[in-house]
Ligand binder design. Structure first.
Ligand code: BGC
Length: 715
């Protein structure tokens, strides 16, 4: 069932205007809104005739209807900044760290700052729709696109995505949320069928979308490339009609991903707009929402009401966001935006291990070896449509290549924030030398004559590719092993978009996960290493000890030739990440929520109340001797006698030494419920629920019990 704007009774001004505007349109005008075309870029090298001269190139262009005050849509990627590679030579924008870094901050305020930055920079370039809001859950540690997303947890992902979307839209720019749903692996994503139990889907990936959408009302939802339970995401009436527009009452429009509309009939399944039509030509040899959709309409196969609904949904989001009444170009303070990128990197860095070697002391005679990871040039980024060219351009681009559409953009992009130079600035009196980490023996020779060795290990991950395994490429494990054997004070700084295997874990003194740390990342890493910044990031994804512990030790789709129809069974259902590890009673290498600090925190006075939901109050105290931030986490551990692990709430808190803060967390009842697919409702069973307050999913300081009353609610 679709939400009918005419029957809602409580029409908003945007609803009214959308209805009245749509009524005045010709069919030709209606159809013109249903297709976006891509600007010239390496995949579609010729400027499409439909894009008027003077309109900036971007990921998507939809003409307006000036006589009715309908603006053209100019769409730009993505969540990590305003991307431009391939479209507008020379244009640059603030390059944020990976989504996982934001996830690791557990900080909604930072998400808001980052979203505002993206919205302002988009608007200042004339883009009125930002293809942001990537929220797919990190189900598989090989997914090449995990870096772009936020976490493996529905609540954490939803809270952060909603803040970012709200902030983008507060700048008068429409935001999407994407990729609806289960685009959780990249291999053959155009032919991938993701199989999941529908109720488990509601309790995991769909719950992330549900909470984020209700908190932020994004103007558009972008569907995934893949199929879900046999039907393409863009033509999946269960997900679009029944769940999104039906159960959740979503009022915005649904657009496809670029090249993900093989048939005009998707319009009958709830898809409102075809995106990047030229990519559909490359993929499926047709632009289905151009001639085929018009022909279907002429033959009566596409009802007039449906055509009107598609158009009204688009118009409604335009009018609700105010993109039709833009006046001034906002002021863009690039220095302030750099601060946001820097602060995100700082708060996103996770100190995984520290056997007393960090922070580095500013000993005048210290000899420090910095090894590998192109640390003398810059910091890496993830690749694909979210990669942003920073102000001043990349420090270096090393072509890597690969098959499929995304092969051309698979590069090692280095942002000009070299950790080596930043360390030298912060430790001006130390003797710091660099070794490229090319030959293990050569790196070991330098490490041997230094007091401390810092190895930078990197991995290129990105859109269109899954990683074959958890290993670091280019022989970096051998370099770390050789350095650790030569120097007892070895520190490893990882810059990766996923967990990695650490065969050398026990022989190094400290391990830092910096993700892809963005345009100010080198400085943030150096600040954490020397202790100017107290690390406060917490893992937003579980680091498995081994793939054998994960739901899919073998990822059978890997290595299939481009164009092969493949199936992936997400048999873990709602038990994603830490939930799976709890269910299987497996101990990961580093658990979800884990992250060390240079100070220490203690929790006390846990009180839990039941009833309709769970409310917990507790006190956090900084018991160390430095200022720092902690992220206490409240978990459900058991429901009516059955083990069930769910993050119920979290809050990041900055405390001075000795300072305490009392905190209250109230659980969203959907996190305490099971989704009853038969009844189409959430169901909380009556009984006792196990609650824990912890520092990580495997580090629970206190446990308690609360009794909940039976409830059925929602849809
Ligand atoms: C990606 C989307 C992106 C779109 C437009 C696709 O390849 O999956 O996330 O918004 O391209 O660039």
């Amino acid at each position: 069932m679709t939400a009918d704007v005419q029957d809602t009774g409580g029409e908003t001004p945007a609803d009214v205007r959308a209805r009245e505007t749509e009524e005045q349109m010709s069919d030709e005008e209606r159809f013109s809104l249903l297709v976006s075309v891509m600007g010239a870029n390496p995949v579609t090298p010729v400027r499409d005739k439909r894009i008027p001269q003077g309109v900036p190139m971007s990921a998507g262009y939809v003409p307006g209807v000036p006589r009715l005050g309908v603006p053209a849509l100019l769409m730009s990627d993505a969540s990590l900044g305003v991307t431009n590679p391939g479209y507008r030579e020379g244009d640059t924008a603030t390059a944020l760290p990976a989504g996982l870094a934001l996830g690791a901050s557990f900080n909604p305020e930072l998400a808001r700052a980052a979203g505002g930055m993206v919205g302002r920079e988009a608007r200042s370039r004339g883009f009125n729709l930002q293809l942001a809001g990537g929220i797919n859950l990190a189900r598989d540690p090989r997914n090449g696109r995990n870096f772009e997303y936020l976490s493996e947890d529905p609540l954490l992902s939803a809270v952060l995505a909603a803040e970012s979307i709200n902030a983008i839209q507060a700048e008068g720019v429409i935001s999407t949320i994407k990729h609806y749903s289960l685009n959780c692996n990249e291999t053959n994503r155009h032919w991938l069928d993701a199989i999941i139990d529908p109720a488990a889907h509601r309790e995991s990936d769909l719950l992330a979308f549900e909470i984020a959408i209700e908190r932020s009302q994004p103007g558009a939802v972008m569907t995934g490339y893949n199929k879900i339970n046999g039907a393409y995401a863009g033509g999946n009436s269960v997900l679009i009609e029944d769940v999104l527009k039906g159960a959740w009452g979503y009022q915005g429009w649904v657009m496809s991903d670029w090249g993900a509309t093989p048939s005009w009939e998707f319009a009958l399944k709830g898809l409102d707009q075809e995106s990047g039509a030229q990519v559909d030509v490359a993929m499926w040899k047709a632009e289905p929402f151009v001639q085929p959709l018009k022909a279907a309409y002429a033959e009566g196969k596409l009802p007039k009401e449906r055509l009107s609904e598609m158009v009204r949904r688009i118009l409604r989001s335009m009018f609700a966001s105010g993109i039709d009444s833009w006046e001034q170009v906002p002021e863009v303070a690039m220095a302030r935006h750099n601060e946001i990128a820097l602060e995100t990197a700082r708060q996103g860095i996770v100190l995984l291990k520290n056997d007393g070697v960090l922070p580095l002391t500013a000993d005048a005679n210290a000899r420090i070896a910095v090894i590998g990871g192109h640390a003398h040039v810059g910091v890496p980024t993830g690749t694909g449509s979210s990669a942003v060219t920073p102000p001043g351009g990349y420090a270096a681009v090393i072509k890597i290549g690969g098959r499929g559409f995304m092969g051309a953009g698979r590069n090692l992009y280095l942002l000009p924030s070299p950790p080596l130079a930043e360390l030298k600035k912060l430790l001006a009196s130390a003797q710091i030398e660099f070794d490229p980490g090319m030959h293990p023996a050569e790196s070991a020779m330098m490490a041997r004559r230094c007091d401390v060795a810092i190895v930078f290990a990197i991995r290129v991950e990105g859109e269109g590719f899954d990683n074959p395994d958890l290993c670091l490429p280019w022989g970096q494990d051998a370099v770390i092993e050789a350095v650790a054997a030569a120097n007892p004070n070895t520190i490893v700084v990882l810059q990766t978009g996923n967990p990695v295997a650490m065969p050398w874990r026990d022989s190094v003194k400290a391990i830092v996960e910096a993700w892809y740390p963005g345009q100010a990342g080198g400085l943030a890493i150096a600040e954490v290493l020397v202790g100017n910044v107290n690390p406060s990031g917490r893992l937003p994804i579980t680091f498995p000890a081994d793939l054998a512990q994960t739901p899919r030790p073998e990822l059978e789709i890997l290595g299939t030739p481009w164009g092969t129809p493949v199936t992936i069974r997400y048999n873990e259902g709602a038990e994603v990440g830490y939930r799976w590890f709890a269910k299987q009673n497996e101990q990961p290498l580093y658990a979800f929520g884990h992250g060390l600090s240079y100070t220490s925190f203690e929790y006390s006075d846990l009180e839990v109340e039941g009833g309709d939901t769970i409310t917990a109050t507790f006190t956090v105290t900084n018991t160390g001797d430095r200022e720092g931030a902690d992220v206490p986490q409240l978990y459900l551990t058991a429901a009516v006698g059955e083990p069930r692990m769910r993050l119920l709430g979290f809050e990041r808190v900055a405390l001075q030494p000795g300072q305490s803060r009392s905190m209250t967390v109230t659980a969203d009842p959907r996190l305490l419920a099971r989704y009853d697919a038969g009844a189409g409702q959430w169901h909380v069973s009556e009984g006792a629920y196990g609650i824990a307050l912890g520092k990580a999913a495997d580090n629970l300081a206190f446990t308690a019990e609360a009794v909940l009353t039976e409830r059925r609610f929602g849809s």
